[in-house]
Design a protein around this ligand. Structure first.
Ligand SMILES: Cc1cc2nc3c(=O)[nH]c(=O)nc-3n(C[C@H](O)[C@H](O)[C@H](O)COP(=O)(O)OP(=O)(O)OC[C@H]3O[C@@H](n4cnc5c(N)ncnc54)[C@H](O)[C@@H]3O)c2cc1C
Length: 383
């Protein structure tokens, strides 16, 4: 069935169950209490406090990928993306980390690790006691992920274990992680994924990378020099297949940023007066507000549609790219308008608009830049 037919035959976006709505209400309270008030402090410190991880675990926010058969709540993808959206309204950098840790790291433990590996790591990861990161990107392997050069060499006398040699770049939470899912090349065996504990001499941080937005996120470049790691029995395609759900997570982050920027700007435009009129009574400002509101609604619909398709077991290759592409570009338009409407204040710390504007950029680049999303969508259309 073609991608277009699949989409035409879909039902409307399903609504939340009462259990889902109750959980999301609690997440909203958690964000208001534990996240939003600290977003500037965390950015200034370029770090999250250590206790944020157990707090996230206790709030159920590290359980978003744990299926019922692994003792988890088995939340739908719709709940996952809404959690990321709500977190992004409080702090986009934390939302990005929670998206990656659930979708790519804990998701990897759940779907592609052995029972022995799960027994060792899953419970700790869910509680925020084992902090995780996901390492695909390298200095010479970005959009073209198959260029990964990190080599995995089997260790003599230790079946299932390898030594890793190579370098990884732009890894979220990489400097704080206890356990990293590392993509590497296994001789003739092709690319695969490995679980690597960071508490070993073979793992060395080369640099902390300071980014223009999502500054609180610990982004690093690291070197692997004879680092011991545990093979997880999966193909490269399976491992990076998690990115399809992951992209819906980044789309959730983008929608949260766009929504927050629109909310604070609408309020501001009602209080600021020039030429004896409120900004919100000026047509040019109204145009920007209306464009923002339309972008937010359209992005949300794509996001929830993508999540609903995932939950039904449909192919989400195309819809996840569409949701990420549209919502990330919408977030950049909305935050740009937010800065504009705030005028001079929009370029200062007097408003959150400037921070959201900087944070929004990541959504057009992380987990595949917009050009790659367009390439994926067009490929599905023309195959
Ligand atoms: C804050 C942050 C956090 C990140 N976290 C992680 C992480 O946790 N784990 C991880 O593995 N990676 C992570 N990344 C890496 C991210 O996924 C890559 O930066 C992204 O995939 C792009 O790769 P690149 O930076 O090497 O850019 P390149 O691949 O060099 O691309 C540069 C630009 O070239 C253009 N381009 C590239 N290919 C094409 C094409 N085929 N067609 C048209 N145009 C093209 C695009 O405009 C693109 O933006 C993170 C990045 C950032 C900035």
């Amino acid at each position: 069935m073609s991608m277009v037919m699949t989409m035409e035959s879909d039902a409307l976006v399903p609504s939340l169950t009462s259990v889902e709505a109750e959980f999301l209400g609690k997440v909203q309270e958690f964000v208001a209490r534990e996240v939003a008030p600290f977003t500037r402090d965390w950015e200034d410190a370029t770090a999250f406090p250590d206790d944020i991880w157990p707090k996230l675990g206790a709030a159920g926010l590290l359980d978003l990928a744990v299926t019922k058969d692994h003792g988890g709540p088995g939340w739908s993808c719709r709940v996952y993306v809404d959690c990321i959206r709500l977190l992004a309204k409080g702090d986009p950098a934390l939302a990005m980390n929670v998206a990656a840790i659930n979708g790519l790291c804990i998701g990897h433990l759940v779907h592609f690790s052995t029972p022995e590996q799960q027994a060792k790591y899953l419970e700790g990861a869910r509680k925020g006691q084992i902090r995780m990161a996901w390492g695909l990107t390298e200095p010479d392997a970005g959009s073209d992920a198959r260029r990964v050069k990190t080599v995995a060499t089997p260790l003599d006398g230790e079946p299932g274990y390898v030594r890793l040699d190579g370098e990884k770049m732009f890894i979220t939470n990489g400097g704080r992680a206890d356990l990293i899912v590392v993509m590497a090349r296994m001789g003739e065996g092709g690319l695969s994924a490995f679980l690597m504990e960071t508490d070993q001499p073979g793992f060395q941080i080369v640099e902390r990378i300071h980014t223009v937005g999502v500054k609180a996120s610990n982004t690093v470049r690291f070197k692997l020099d004879n680092a011991r790691a545990w093979h997880t029995p999966c193909t490269f395609d399976q491992a990076i297949g998690l990115l399809y759900r992951g992209r819906l997570g980044i789309a959730g982050m983008a929608v949260g940023i766009a929504e927050k920027a629109t909310e604070i700007t609408t309020e501001y435009s009602k209080t600021r007066e020039q030429f004896n009129r409120r900004l919100c009574d000026m047509q040019s400002v109204q145009n920007m507000l209306a464009d923002n509101a339309t972008d937010v609604e359209a992005a949300k619909l794509l996001l929830y549609r993508g999540a609903a398709m995932y939950d039904r077991g449909d192919n989400v290759v195309s819809i996840s790219s569409m949701a990420k592409l549209f919502s990330s570009e919408a977030a950049n338009r909305c935050t740009n308008n937010a800065v504009q409407i705030h005028g001079g204040r929009g370029m200062t710390r007097m408003s959150l608009a400037e921070k959201l504007w900087r944070d929004a950029k990541l959504t057009e680049i992380g987990e595949g830049c917009s050009e790659i999303q367009r390439m994926v969508i067009a490929k599905q259309m023309t195959k």
